[in-house]
Design a protein. Structure first.
Length: 363
């Protein structure tokens, strides 16, 4: 009986194919369902710390209609912040800490892609305040390590390498005070009704230092360090400083340096203020070392060539004050001896300190 039914089915399929291919015949097809144009997450943008909220998804169709996703749609929820987690199946989010989270939803059953939504968590009745701290004369120069504090309260933070700050829990009526080495303090009054941004420019207390010229750079490891020979803890370099506005470029000309293919290894850069200057020296950092492919790692700003072919790398952040006899201060960083003979560099000893003496003396 099964064979007979199968045979009849095959005959019917053959007749239908013949009919469809015959001139002048057409079998109408039913119109398909509207395609999905996109999805959207519904729910609050802000949660008070300790609060939970239910999020849902709206599906936007090509015919202009909007439908709510159901349990059969299989929404998969994710959060990129473990302190503001979301239940993967239900879409219930909990604010266990302050900060922000990128909430995402994927509709697995209809392949509609992903929707994302930023959710901010702050103490109830407060807001998030973000901004950039920069130099008033040269706004493109971002001031890092500036201190940003809010009153009333004890809320505060420090700007990152890009001069950016983020504060969570700022009262609606607050005073923001910004301080940084070498700059006049700046105070802003904010009246917040929602999350906001407030950029701050810092002015110098006097004329900016002019530092172009020839110098001797001295670097001396203070305190006790047995990881390097004593002579490697006290270095002297011939240096030429060029200045463009606040930007300082230092080229070391002696003794000898091992440069990468971009010419890096005897140069450092910094910024001049009214009575001070700061310099940032890159360290040797790598994921997979290849001396001829600098994209794999950060080559050091200073890589002195030692007699045995190894290099002495100086890295960190130097804060210096100006005087008629030059600039002097401390480097918070390290002096490290590296071997570059193999595929991966080998650390042959390092002295690290927050008080490495760092000085530029006119020649």
């Amino acid at each position: 009986m099964g064979r007979l039914s199968l045979a009849r089915g095959c005959v019917f399929a053959a007749l239908l194919a013949a009919t469809c291919s015959a001139p002048g015949t057409h079998v109408p097809t039913a119109p398909g369902a509207p395609t999905v144009q996109g999805i959207e997450i519904n729910g609050p943008d802000t949660l008070a710390r300790g609060q939970t909220a239910q999020y849902s998804v709206s599906v936007h169709l090509a015919d202009g209609t909007v439908k709510e996703a159901t349990a059969e749609t299989q929404v998969i929820w994710r959060s990129d912040n473990p302190f503001i987690p979301v239940d993967q199946d239900t879409g219930v989010m909990t604010a266990r800490g302050v900060g922000e989270a990128a909430l995402s939803a994927d509709l697995a059953t209809i392949g509609a892609g992903r929707a994302t939504k930023e959710v901010v968590s702050v103490p109830e009745g407060t807001y998030r305040l973000v901004g950039v701290v920069s130099d008033a004369e040269f706004p493109d120069h971002r001031v890092h390590d500036a201190r940003v504090e809010v009153t009333p309260g004890s809320l505060g933070t420090t700007t990152d390498i890009e001069g950016r700050y983020r504060l969570y829990g700022v009262p609606s009526d607050a005073e923001v005070r910004v301080t940084a080495a070498g700059y006049e303090p700046a105070v802003r009054r904010v009246n917040l009704t929602g999350h906001a941004s407030e950029d701050v420019q810092l002015a110098l207390p006097g004329p900016r230092l002019g530092l172009s010229g020839a110098y001797t750079l001295t670097i001396d490891v203070a305190g006790t360090c047995t990881a390097l020979p004593a002579e490697l803890q006290h270095r002297r370099y011939d240096a030429v400083v060029t200045q463009d506005g606040l930007t300082l470029d230092v080229t070391l000309t002696a003794p000898e340096f091992t440069l990468d293919r971009t010419g890096k290894g005897n140069r450092l850069s910094g910024a001049a203020a009214a009575e001070s200057a700061t310099f940032r020296l890159d360290a040797l950092r790598f994921s997979e070392y290849n001396f001829y492919s600098p994209g794999y790692f950060t080559y050091p700003s200073v890589a002195e060539t030692l007699p045995d072919g190894s290099i002495l790398a100086v890295a960190g952040v130097a804060a210096m004050t100006g005087a008629p006899a030059g600039l002097s201060g401390t480097l918070s960083g390290s002096v490290t001896r590296w071997s570059l003979d193999g595929r991966s560099p080998v650390n042959l000893g390092a002295c690290s300190s927050s008080e490495i003496l760092f000085a530029l003396t006119p020649r």
